[in-house]
Design a protein around this ligand. Structure first.
Ligand code: ADP
Ligand code: MG
Length: 589
């Protein structure tokens, strides 16, 4: 879907994020230039210090040198601060914007993307990858600019003192560059692998945290630990390879630099040369060379930092380039009437695995209640998914009020449908917030309490210490399954949409609360189009019409009485459940 981005393309795109701050960056560069100059200043100060203070004993330089020293370090301190502050400011802005963009895109990716991408990797994009990019954008750029400038100034100064000694540096320079190239390739490969392995680690521990009850119930600790250890070990190995690459590259480069230094010292102290250069100049030259080592060392390390940033930027931009949910409809919709029609709908989650819905046609009139019945896996939830446009059908068309769903604006379409699903998702917030989620801007307390009451949730809410203002903990773990479902029903009531979709919405309720909630739902259904999926057939008997699905096809449809008389699949299912019901009052939902 997305073309792999070249490194230079990535830089350009990242640069795009920094462009608005070019003025601040200008200030940063200026302070880096001054900072870099102080190193050369320090080396240059050696010359008057030795020649003037010690050999000639000139009173002016005796006063000047100590003051200059203080001045140099003051300048270094101030420019160092400005560099760090401005670069961090830019870097943090970039982080903020990248996070905003990633979050924005994650919210709008199609459901299918989430089906195919592990959550841990998506989370680590937002946390880990973005930080890596920030590192590259601030620390690496600082090192790159400041240390190259430092090196440049020092080299120029050295050249000024003695051209031919400096030339030695240029002879050995290419060796260093070739070495850096080799090292950088290794870094790039390793940092990409480390990133994947970090994602794996997050993914894995996240799964176990969410599934901790399951792990406990099935005594899965040991097995999970073994699994985790494998991931953990892989991460350690990769990190060690990185450490080895980092650790080896630095001393090799330094050793080469030291060889050069030794050679220079040897050549410079040969008689012929010492005649031409004063002691002060010579010490200045050596000082400049020594001062060169530090920036060169940092420049060799910065490569790893940049490569990490590039690898992270690549994965961030790949996500940002994913196409959003298709939302090409132009038809606005305030409030739908609620006539729904499925016309020859065909759909497959995965084209290799065949169609899950096949040639399906049926319609639901405005205000009608239609129940979807069928064995587990027959495609009931898939139909609900299609109605909400979590997926689009491959063939045929689904229409609302005579227009294909794809003709409407996506947000308008979804506003028409209140859905209560099988898995109730609750946010780590107050009950009031969770119930009023459909209108987060104006959560009307009265409305929320009324909805909670209608859903028979108020009775248990009132027993909580802070009532509707109770925070319900991560994913609502503090509530029972039945309580969670009633919250979800209240949430659907607040939404007040013309179409109500209930996908096994009462499956976790006990018989008593179920009949209470059924009554509430019956009241809620008045004047609305209702699509109800239920496992327990007792809850669908009252529907105006029952549609029976079998392996994604329409098996039969009609009223409860008609279908029983028909003696088909529905009658089979019904008899099966009736037998279970007499054997056990509460069949598995
Ligand atoms: N996200 C998905 N990706 C791939 N296959 C899926 C997905 N969701 C459901 N399926 C498959 O589609 C079929 C119908 O599932 P579903 O509509 O959930 O059935 P029901 O709700 O009737 O139990 C099943 O075979 C199921 O395995
Ligand atoms: Mg289902």
């Amino acid at each position: 879907m997305t073309a792999p981005l070249s490194a230079s393309g990535l830089y350009q795109r990242l640069l795009g994020y920094a462009v608005p701050y070019w003025r601040l960056f200008g200030i940063a560069v200026l302070s880096m230039v001054l900072f870099a100059a102080t190193d050369t200043g320090l080396a240059a100060l050696m010359k008057p210090m030795l020649d003037g203070n010690f050999i000639e004993r000139d009173p002016r330089t005796i006063r000047f040198v100590p003051l200059a020293l203080i001045g140099l370090f003051a300048l270094r301190g101030i420019t160092g601060f400005i560099t760090r502050y401005t670069m961090s400011w830019i870097g943090r802005r970039i982080v903020q914007e990248l996070r905003r963009a990633v979050f924005h895109r994650q919210l709008r990716l199609p459901v299918r993307y989430f089906d195919n991408h592990p959550a841990g990797r998506m989370l680590s994009r937002l946390t880990f990858d973005v930080e890596q990019v920030a590192e590259a954008a601030t620390n690496a750029v600082t090192v790159l600019l400041r240390d190259s400038l430092t090196a440049l100034f020092l080299l120029l100064y050295m050249f000024w003192i003695s051209g031919w000694l400096t030339l030695l540096f240029f002879v050995t320079g290419p060796v260093l560059i070739v070495l850096l190239r080799m090292v950088s390739r290794r870094f790039r490969l390793l940092s990409r692998r480390i990133q994947d392995s970090m994602g794996e680690l997050t993914q894995y521990s996240e799964e176990v945290i969410h599934g901790q009850r399951l792990v406990k119930a099935f005594n899965g600790e040991q097995w999970q630990e073994q699994q985790f250890e494998a991931v953990n070990e892989r991460n350690r190995r990769l990190q060690m390879k990185m450490a080895a690459a980092l650790g080896a590259s630095t001393p090799v480069v330094q050793l080469i630099a030291a060889c050069v230094l030794a050679l220079v010292i040897y050549l410079a102290t040969l008689d012929a040369v010492t005649q031409q250069i004063s002691v002060g100049s010579f010490v200045s030259f050596i000082a400049a060379m020594l001062l060169l080592l530090q920036p060169i060392k940092r420049l060799t390390n910065v490569n790893a930092l940049i490569q990490r940033g590039v690898a992270a930027a690549r994965s961030i931009f790949a996500l940002l380039d994913e196409t959003e949910e298709p939302d090409n409809g132009r038809l606005a919709l305030q409030r739908a009437g609620g006539t729904i029609e499925f016309r020859d709908v065909g759909f497959a989650y995965d084209s290799d695995k065949g169609e899950v819905i096949q040639d399906l046609s049926f319609s639901i009139q405005q205000g009608e209640t239609v129940a979807l019945v069928g064995r587990s896996g027959s495609g009931k939830s898939t139909l609900v998914n299609l109605l909400l446009r979590f997926y689009d059908p491959e063939r045929g068309s689904i229409q609302l009020d005579g227009h294909d769903l794809r003709d409407y604006r996506l947000a308008d379409l979804r506003r028409q449908i209140a859905m209560v699903g099988q898995d109730v998702v609750l946010f780590n917030d107050t009950l009031a917030h969770n119930i009023g989620y459909a209108s987060p801007q104006a959560p009307d307390e009265m409305q929320i309490a009324a909805a909670a009451e209608a859903a028979h949730a108020l009775e248990f809410i009132n027993q909580l210490p802070q009532g509707l203002q109770t925070r319900i903990g991560d994913r609502g773990v503090l509530l029972s399954g039945g309580q969670r479902q009633r919250i979800a029903i209240a949430r659907a009531i607040v939404k007040d949409a013309p179409i109500l979709v209930l996908d096994e919405a009462t499956s976790s309720l006990d018989s008593e609360s179920e009949s209470l909630v059924q009554a509430a739902l019956a009241r809620l259904s008045e004047g609305r189009t209702v699509l109800i999926v239920a496992h327990r057939l007792s809850t669908v008997e009252r529907a105006d019409r029952i549609v029976v699905l079998e392996q994604g096809r329409l098996a039969e449809s009609g009223t409860h009485a008609e279908l029983l008389a028909n003696n088909g699949l529905y009658a089979d299912l019904y008899r099966l459940q009736f037998r279970e019901d007499t054997a056990d009052d509460r069949p598995p939902g």
